[in-house]
Design a protein around this ligand. Structure first.
Ligand SMILES: [Zn+2]
Length: 255
């Protein structure tokens, strides 16, 4: 993988965001492979669609690219809030590619967030644009990366080094079954997995997860039965192969 972008691609553009967009799209079209299958390339979207930027020609996975000089692992500014919520409920969120490039146009970091990890609790509603703005009243959203467990943040390039393709595909495959759950259930799965990762250990107990009960109730105000939900999600994570049960009330993460 050649991490150098071709800056001359953007000679027609003046604004920094247009330059970033064209240079990074060109780089992805040349260098990026599909993390979901054996395809060694991704096809740029031909239609002028805001929903995705690349599609895999073999398995039809969709990808949306966001590129920037800065690198913020807490949150990413995204497009319209309502459109994002509709996409989540309809199970149509593309995989997200977050690309950072250096002042001399090298790709320094590239993170893949599988679309299934973009759940309602990961999306933050922004304040409506003020009445002076061209699109007054329009409401955008932020993607809260800190609400996504590390399982859903797969490095393709890290600190100016490409991660081996087989590792990226193995990571993507490991969490693929999350996308098979209905969106209404998946939000809980992501929230529970994030809490398990926050515990920071390979072995944990049900009681430790119950400590998050009030926090989870605040995130899911429509659900009053948080403890049964936690137990249900542990079974789902076991069936996905992420954890296993060691003895009653005790669990272990699969490495
Ligand atoms: Zn593919």
């Amino acid at each position: 993988m050649n991490l150098q972008c071709r800056i001359e691609i953007a000679s027609a553009y003046k604004s920094r965001s247009q330059v970033a967009r064209s240079v990074s799209e060109d780089w992805c079209a040349r260098e990026l492979y599909c993390p979901a299958c054996d395809s060694d390339r991704l096809s740029p979207s031909t239609a002028n669609t805001p929903a995705f930027d690349f599609a895999c020609p073999l398995c039809a996975q969709l990808f949306q690219l966001k590129s920037s000089r800065s690198w913020n692992l807490k949150k990413v500014v995204d497009a319209g809030y309502e459109a994002m919520m509709r996409a989540i409920r309809a199970d149509k969120t593309p995989n997200l590619l977050l690309l950072q490039y250096s002042p001399n146009s090298f790709v320094t970091n590239l993170l893949l967030v599988p679309g299934a990890f973009l759940t309602e609790n990961v999306i933050e509603k922004r304040r409506p644009l003020s009445f002076q703005a061209r699109r007054a009243g329009w409401v955008g959203c932020n993607i809260l990366l800190r609400q996504i467990p590390d399982d859903g943040k797969i490095a393709i390039v890290s600190a100016s080094a490409a991660i081996p393709v087989r590792n990226v595909r193995a990571e993507f495959s490991r969490v693929r079954r999350l996308g098979e759950l209905p969106p209404s259930l998946r939000g809980w799965t992501v929230d529970i997995l994030n809490r398990i990762r926050q515990l920071g250990k390979t072995q944990f107990s049900l009681d430790e997860l119950y400590e998050f009960e009030s926090e989870l109730r605040a995130l899911h105000p429509q659900n009053r039965h948080v403890r049964p939900k936690i137990r249900q999600q542990l079974q789902i994570l076991r069936d996905m192969g992420v954890i296993y049960f060691t003895r009653p009330g005790k669990y272990s993460l699969r490495s």
